[in-house]
Design a protein around this ligand. Structure first.
Ligand SMILES: *Cc1c(COP(=O)(O)O)cnc(C)c1O
Length: 480
């Protein structure tokens, strides 16, 4: 399988070449040259496979430069019941008895209790494997406001050939998120608390990435949500959810997805393009509704940082949705020239466009299955309360956004699977506000905030982070 850039001006490449890369050299995003079509025979064979083997079957359609036995060993090492909360299904389906036809697909049983573990855990093993084959090393530099950083650190801890330098805004993450990251003691994990806000952290990462000499010299890479391998890993749970919700392979199912950067639901779009019988993809946003606006009106209007709301579903607080370029490329019949015009630097206001009068936009619902809606803080509280009362389940704030919108689109006879993207234990403040008590913590997290923490504090200065990275890479290369 070869991978193309959505902007059409980069050479096609293989999976292992793009594994360690973010953007394509022309500024576009990589996509496979075609979506493999799954046959009735394949679906029948996959229905009863364990999750790790299903992952191997699906990923092998996209990865032809890793031997099948090695890929199977990697997925089996990644998707174990021990790593995902003890349930051998890995992504268990839980019916919501108070909402007939609706169920939660549990994607948050990994080490950091959020769905990003589903892809990041595999990425850690893929990186280690690929680096060992090339006798290479990688220094991952990232910025986080919470979930991505911890998912990356738990996936990369102790991995050979990999160091993680993770910037976070000092004192601005929740106590749970802070403790989760800062309590890691692995020597290849570097927590850097920046005296600033999340945007300062992100600017520092961008500045370092734009210094091509520094980047090459110290082999700097990223694990952000535009990475193709993360999307590929996420396709798998749409199939796993489908098999749990149906008895035969011709029944339609809908999925509701709490969305920010459009990574999670983009994997659902790809599963649907492969032929999985998905009726609707229900996109849910919080008050940051750039995606809801696009899917309802055809107008894509990225917001300025100052216009981005800080909400109680913080992992969806985005001003522009980086992965949406992949979907628009497909929507426009894979016209790379037009995609480059819409997202690239050629237009006066790159990334701002209006497709409302375009015939392609008319196919967004009927052709591609997308519908959308948004949710507010008040909706979130009300939803958490009503799901607790009706079904006895406490959902997290992001999942609540999706339940709220999913309820607007349930159809008789079509199961509606809501993707549970975090556990409520991560957001106790809002849960208390909604139902007046604390969410339960899964086993093993009781003493989290009391564990010793390891981090350095740094001013928001580019030279400071460069010096820190260079010093630690050099010292560890010399001293082991
Ligand atoms: C990252 C995240 C999301 C948003 O996912 P995207 O792939 O960015 O759309 C939703 N919920 C939680 C809990 C997350 O961590």
């Amino acid at each position: 399988m070869r991978y193309l850039s959505t902007r059409g001006e980069a050479a096609a490449r293989g999976f292992s070449d793009i594994l360690l890369e973010g953007l394509a050299p022309d500024g576009g995003l990589y996509l496979p040259e075609r979506y493999p079509q799954v046959s009735a025979e394949q679906l029948a064979r996959w229905r009863d496979l364990p999750y790790a083997d299903l992952a191997c079957e699906i990923l092998s359609l996209y990865i032809d430069d890793i031997p099948a036995d090695d890929l199977r060993a990697l997925t089996r090492a990644t998707y174990t019941a021990a790593a995902f909360g003890g349930d051998p299904r890995i992504v268990p389906l839980k019916p919501l008895v108070g909402d007939p036809g609706m169920a939660l697909l549990g994607l948050s049983n990994g080490p950091t209790l959020a769905f990003k573990d589903m892809a990041m855990q595999l990425l850690g093993n893929l990186f280690e494997y690929a680096l060992a084959r090339r006798h290479a090393e990688l220094n991952i530099l990232g910025a986080t406001s919470g979930d991505t950083g911890s998912a990356a650190e738990y996936a990369m801890r102790g991995k050979r050939g990999i160091r993680v330098f993770m910037l976070s805004p000092f004192g601005k993450m929740s106590p749970f998120q802070t403790a989760q990251m800062f309590s890691l003691a692995d020597p290849n994990i570097h927590n850097i608390a920046v005296q600033g806000v999340f945007d300062d952290c992100q600017d520092m990462v961008k500045a370092v990435s734009n210094d091509l000499d520094f980047k090459r010299r110290w082999r700097i890479g990223t694990v952000n949500s535009i990475n193709w391998a993360r999307l590929a890993a996420q396709i798998v749970y749409y199939f796993a959810g489908y098999f749990q919700a149906t008895r035969s392979n011709d029944e339609p199912v809908s999925f509701a997805v709490p969305s920010g950067n459009f990574g999670n639901i983009c994997a659902g779009h790809i599963a649907r393009m492969m032929g999985l019988p998905i009726r609707r993809l229900v996109l849910a946003t919080n008050e940051n509704d750039v995606l809801d606006e696009f899917f309802r009106t055809g107008v894509y209007r990225p917001r300025a940082s100052a216009e981005t709301h800080h909400t109680s579903s913080p992992s969806m607080d985005i001003s522009k949705a980086s992965n949406v370029e992949r979907f628009v490329f497909d929507l426009l019949g894979r016209d790379a020239g037009r995609t480059a015009d819409l997202f690239g630097p050629r237009l006066a206001r790159p990334g701002f466009f209006d497709l409302s009068a375009d015939p392609a936009f008319a196919r967004i619902g009927a052709g591609f299955g997308f519908v959308s809606g948004s949710s507010t803080h008040a909706d979130r509280l009300q939803t958490i309360r009503s799901v607790a009362q009706g079904s006895g389940v406490i959902v997290d704030t992001h999942t609540a956004d999706a339940v709220k919108v999913a309820r607007e689109f349930v159809e008789p006879g079509v199961p509606m699977l809501v993707l549970e993207t975090a556990l409520a234990a991560k957001f106790p403040e809002t849960i208390r506000e909604a139902i007046g008590r604390d969410p339960e913590r899964p086993a093993g997290f009781d003493d989290l905030e009391r564990r010793p923490q390891r981090f350095v504090v740094m001013p928001p200065e580019i030279d400071a982070i460069k010096e820190y990275v260079a010093t630690h890479c050099a010292a560890e290369a010399a001293g082991g």
